[in-house]
Write a protein that binds this ligand. Structure first.
Ligand code: AKG
Length: 277
């Protein structure tokens, strides 16, 4: 899978591109089945999980590529790496992975933020659209009711906004942009709800401002995030941010991505699992 010139232009102009049908139903079905395990204390890296304040239900799983073969393969599919290299150049590595489980009726909001605000605290020097990229996979469908990701179109062109790490409103410390500044930004940027079937991908830039509302539906909504970084942009400070919830949070050293994973690897694993069941 290659991004077309028009899609690259859209990424550069808007700070995101939506790719419907990026994973097939069988492939994303496997990711959904694995997400059911990742979102429990039974996962291989239970300290990579973060819980909601109020309900105590799981909010986020960090480093899903490290204890799930399916997510490991997904992070290395040519479908993920080719577009990432088109945007960032050849020498890239997997910076981090995480999954947000927005539990039915309980999954809480994500405040407006730029992901790069966090990564800057980790010592990543540059957060431009051609330095880092996130590919988000909708593991469940995203609908207007289930708190889909919302993006402010074109906001990746703003500077790194002044933020404060919010520790009160949500259970994951988030680099919240101030309310007064957000009111200004929202006036001049269109809010796009990223809707789609399970298996849809959203490619977005590190400074694109995004957030999401509560899940008011009766079904859980999970999104998986794969973040790629240029090797020459890897964090330079020894002590990363103090808000780490997991020692496995990110890859401080470049991780070999070209391990011969073919584009059919996830599908093959899904079929193996099915025939073993
Ligand atoms: O998955 C969501 O609804 C939003 C998550 C988010 O903004 C993040 O993890 O940075």
């Amino acid at each position: 899978m290659h991004l077309s010139d028009a899609q690259i232009q859209q990424y550069d102009d808007d700070g995101f591109v939506i790719l419907p049908g990026f994973l097939s139903p069988e492939e994303v079905g496997l990711l959904a089945a694995e997400a059911d395990i990742l979102g429990t204390p039974q996962r291989g890296l239970p300290d990579g999980n973060v819980y909601e304040y109020g309900s105590g239900m799981i909010r986020k799983s960090y480093s899903v590529d490290k204890d799930s073969e399916a997510y490991f393969l997904a992070s290395r599919l040519p479908r993920m790496l080719v577009p990432s290299r088109q945007l960032l150049g050849e020498r890239i590595y997997l910076y981090m992975t995480h999954m947000n489980h927005k539990i039915a009726k309980k999954g809480e909001i994500w405040l407006w933020h730029q992901d790069y605000s966090h990564w800057q605290l980790d010592g990543v020097a540059r957060g431009g659209a051609r330095d880092m990229v996130t590919i988000m996979i909708m593991v469940d469908k995203s609908t207007p009711e289930n708190g889909p990701l919302q993006i402010l179109k074109g906001s990746h062109k703003l500077p790194v906004e002044e933020f404060r790490i919010d520790l009160d409103e949500t259970s994951v410390p988030t680099a919240k942009v101030s309310e007064a500044r957000m009111a200004e930004i929202v006036k001049s940027h269109e809010i796009v709800e990223c809707l789609g079937a399970a298996g849809t991908a959203l490619v977005f830039a590190p400074m694109t401002i995004h957030g999401s509302a509560r899940n008011n539906s009766t079904r859980t909504r999970r999104n998986a995030y794969f973040v790629y970084n240029r090797v020459d942009n890897r964090p330079t400070i020894e002590k990363p941010r103090r808000f780490h919830v997991s020692p496995h949070l990110m890859n401080s050293d470049p991780v070999e991505l070209d391990t011969g994973v073919g584009d059919d690897a996830l599908l093959a694993l899904a079929r193996r699992r099915l025939s073993a069941a």
